[in-house]
Design a protein around this ligand. Structure first.
Ligand SMILES: Cc1ncc(C[n+]2csc(CCOP(=O)(O)OP(=O)(O)O)c2C)c(N)n1
Ligand SMILES: [Mg+2]
Length: 336
């Protein structure tokens, strides 16, 4: 990777962190309502995995902690923010909110509120690619807790049997809401759980974006080569509570501090400084430009966009498709 790409990746992670922290602030100001699950701390995973895949071409699907997967997949950040604000210009016309970002124009096939729901949907998307003979793969991001759902087991079995082109990305942040993984899950190492289905798997550090990219590249190559599904586990930690209603009282300060020292943005900033690709001042410039872009473009767009009209609330539900989606769903994504 050249220096420009390394700088861009650091900027992307800083942008994603600021995006999420800005959501937190807007929620406190009651501009965003409903559920809100932030991705802060886990940025290296979405950024690294999708960097080595082909966003806009491959299918991407996620759970409810979905904003950053959507943006890195190619959904405009301002439309994601407008969705959180419940505005007509949002990715889902303001009808879905935080847990239901959806943008088929870049083949981001949704965030889903039900834990484990994306597993079979990802397999279905992979089956479509296989059936149509394309080289698209489906990439499914989910948490550790999701692997205790029946859908995990059913999907692993079918995906393996049919050799579906699907990459399962397990973001193991050690908790499912307030329950630590060793209190809910008999086998703590998630990558070991797929051996019963003959799905190859591996476990890696999810805090170092270069480790993530290296591991994801091998996994993506495996899946794209038609060798069937792959399950990749990344160890990570969310810096905030599970959702906005979580006081986060179940984690010790020592544990939080240990992980804060392994923050993905901190790790990568240090590395780029050591390599003399960036100086401290260069990093501050990036932070300033991110702040400026989020305020003057992303937040401004969301704030100034219109609310959906009451008489339009059932539009796009049944017979009428969102016109933004009709072309891409019939002809392929906007990048092609
Ligand atoms: C089918 C279903 N059961 C329970 C819930 C409640 N619930 C929401 S998030 C969550 C924990 C999921 O944890 P994990 O998969 O590790 O994801 P993380 O929040 O850590 O990213 C649970 C049980 C739900 N949304 N859907
Ligand atoms: Mg979890």
């Amino acid at each position: 990777m050249n220096a420009a790409d390394q700088k861009r990746l650091l900027r992307e992670m800083i942008f994603y962190r600021r995006f999420e922290e800005r959501c937190f602030e807007a929620y406190m100001e009651r501009k965003i309502g409903g559920f809100l699950h932030l991705y802060s701390g886990q940025e290296a995973i979405a950024t690294g995995v999708l960097e080595v895949a082909r966003p806009g071409h491959d299918y991407v699907i996620s759970g409810y902690r979905d904003h950053i997967h959507a943006i890195k997949a190619g959904a405009p950040a301002r439309e994601v923010m407008a969705e959180l604000y419940g505005k007509e210009t949002g990715s889902s016309r303001g009808r879905g909110g935080s847990m239901h970002i959806f943008d088929p124009t870049v083949r981001f096939m949704g965030g889903y509120a039900l834990v484990g729901q994306p597993f079979p949907l990802a397999a279905g998307l992979a089956l479509a690619s296989q059936y149509q003979g394309t080289d698209q793969i489906a990439i499914c991001f989910l948490g550790d807790g999701a692997n205790n759902q029946g859908t995990f087991h059913e999907t692993m079995n079918m995906a393996s049997l049919w050799k579906l082109p699907v990459l399962f990305v397990c973001e193991n942040n050690l908790y499912a809401i307030g329950t630590r993984i060793d209190r809910s899950t008999a086998v703590v190492d998630q990558y070991k759980r797929t051996c019963g289905y003959n799905v190859p798997s591996s476990q890696h550090d999810g805090q170092d974006i270069e480790v993530v990219m290296e591991a994801a590249r091998n996994a993506v190559d495996h899946v794209r080569a038609g060798k069937g599904p792959y399950f990749i586990e990344f160890l990570t930690y969310r810096t905030r509570g599970h959702s906005m209603s979580d006081s986060n009282a179940y984690r010790s300060k020592e544990e939080e501090q240990q992980w804060a020292a392994r923050d993905p943005i901190l790790i990568y900033s240090k590395r780029l400084k050591q390599k003399k690709i960036l100086t401290e001042e260069g990093i501050r410039d990036i932070e300033r430009s991110v702040q400026e872009e989020i305020e003057s473009d992303v937040v401004k767009f969301a704030e100034e966009s219109p609310e959906p009209r009451v008489e339009d609330l059932t539009r796009y539900c049944l017979e009428e498709r969102d016109p933004r989606w009709v072309g891409p769903l019939q002809q392929g994504a906007r990048h092609e």
